[in-house]
Design a protein around this ligand. Structure first.
Ligand SMILES: Nc1ncnc2c1ncn2[C@@H]1O[C@H](COP(=O)(O)OP(=O)(O)OP(=O)(O)O)[C@@H](O)[C@H]1O
Ligand SMILES: [Mg+2]
Length: 367
């Protein structure tokens, strides 16, 4: 996947412009608050998802303007395409090769990208929910049926929890709990087995990238911890029967709390650096390196699965990293189109192949 050109009009603080990025590394540098993240965001929105920094489309329109237009020419493995997004009063219109689409979601699947933003550091720092979400989002990209299964699981979980509360209130047993357990375990086993196999793929690639970043001095390990299930079990029916057993064993406890205590909604993707929990012990640079390695590994799995290399967007990834780690980012992500924002000035001399752009007060200059 290559962005051949990008143009925008009235997008956030950016002055209207058109750029032709390198199909390798593109460094966008400038002082704080000049528009670097805005530029990456204008590319990211073509994935069809929400912005990684805001949930409201109307935020993307330049203050005091009525609409914004962003246009991109891309080349994927099969063909070249023109994509356009217009946002007016918070309403998004999408054009693909100049043809207006009935719904904006038609954009999804045409352009793929992986983004690192400093907000993603919470993937390491925060609780397990974000790590589960990372896995879920990544798996959805390569296995569309996963998302429907997840929805069903959450629905059954909510039903089982409300039944647990009713049993607690009435003090009477309810036979229908067996049916909910069976159904919950069915959907849960599919989620767990998908997350286990995704983590298996992710961990080897992420560790390889991490070790390269850290010049072989540190090791990253990822493992999926399924609460109440023996990790060695990768067979669906085994995971299901183990979970049913666990739900039965802990039924009293669940009724007392009015909540289901086992299942994929409680699982954890454990991230360790040199055998120690990254959440509690990793330095700032290590946390950045670990998230970056996971994101690049995610991109690599997309490439292996759909034979399309996502564009890599790295927002402010270099700060807090030492020179060797920075140079790895600048020069070792070869064969991918990469956009890197940073505040450092003297980057062009350190870049082997690619282009550098400077952003000043929303104006972009190719150097
Ligand atoms: N809708 C908008 N219209 C006009 N300006 C906006 C809009 N939304 C955000 N801005 C402004 O854009 C400016 C640049 O934001 P951006 O996040 O791109 O900066 P940056 O170059 O990434 O800075 P940093 O190095 O601090 O991350 C900010 O000062 C912000 O106030
Ligand atoms: Mg920024």
């Amino acid at each position: 996947m290559i962005v051949q050109s990008l143009s925008y009009k009235d997008y956030r603080n950016l002055k209207d412009a058109r750029i032709e990025p390198s199909d390798r590394v593109n460094v966008i540098h400038g002082k704080n608050a000049q528009g670097k993240t805005n530029l990456l965001e204008s590319i990211w929105i073509f994935t069809g998802g929400k912005s990684f920094r805001t949930t409201k489309d109307s935020d993307l329109i330049k203050f005091s303007k009525a609409e914004t237009n962003v246009e991109m020419h891309i080349k994927n493995n099969i063909r070249e395409m023109g994509l356009k997004i217009q946002i007016e009063q918070g309403k998004r219109t999408v054009l693909i090769n100049e043809i207006k689409q009935s719904v904006p979601s038609k954009l999804v699947g045409n352009f793929c990208a992986v983004v690192f933003s400093p907000t993603h550091l919470s993937l390491i720092k925060d609780g397990p929910a974000l790590r589960r979400k990372f896995l879920d989002t990544a798996i959805c990209q390569i296995k569309p049926t996963y998302s429907a299964n997840l929805l069903k699981y959450n629905h059954v979980l909510a039903q089982r929890n409300s039944l647990l509360k009713r049993i607690k209130m009435s003090g009477k047993e309810d036979k229908t709990l067996d049916i909910w357990d069976e159904s919950l375990a069915e959907y849960a086993s599919r989620i767990i087995s998908q997350r286990l196999s995704y983590t298996e793929k992710l961990k080897n690639i992420a560790d390889k990238i991490y070790r390269e970043l850290a010049q072989e001095k540190e090791k990253l390990s990822l493992s999926y911890k399924a609460v109440g299930v023996n990790k060695e079990l990768s067979d669906l029916s085994n995971i299901k029967s183990e979970l049913i057993k666990k739900l039965e064993e802990t039924r009293k406890e669940d009724v007392a709390l009015g909540f289901t205590n086992h299942g994929p909604h409680k699982d954890e993707l454990e991230i360790k650096i040199d055998k120690k929990s990254a959440r509690f012990y990793a330095s700032q640079g290590q946390q950045r390196s670990a998230v970056l390695a996971m994101k690049l590994a995610e991109a690599s799995i997309v490439d292996k699965t759909i034979d399309e290399k996502p564009v890599i967007l790295l927002d402010d990834v270099m700060s807090e990293l030492d020179r060797q780690r920075q140079d790895y980012i600048l020069n070792s992500i070869t064969n991918w189109q990469v956009f890197i924002t940073c505040c450092e000035d003297n980057i062009s001399g350190r870049l082997n192949t690619g282009k550098t752009f400077r952003i000043e007060d929303g104006n972009i200059y190719e150097e």
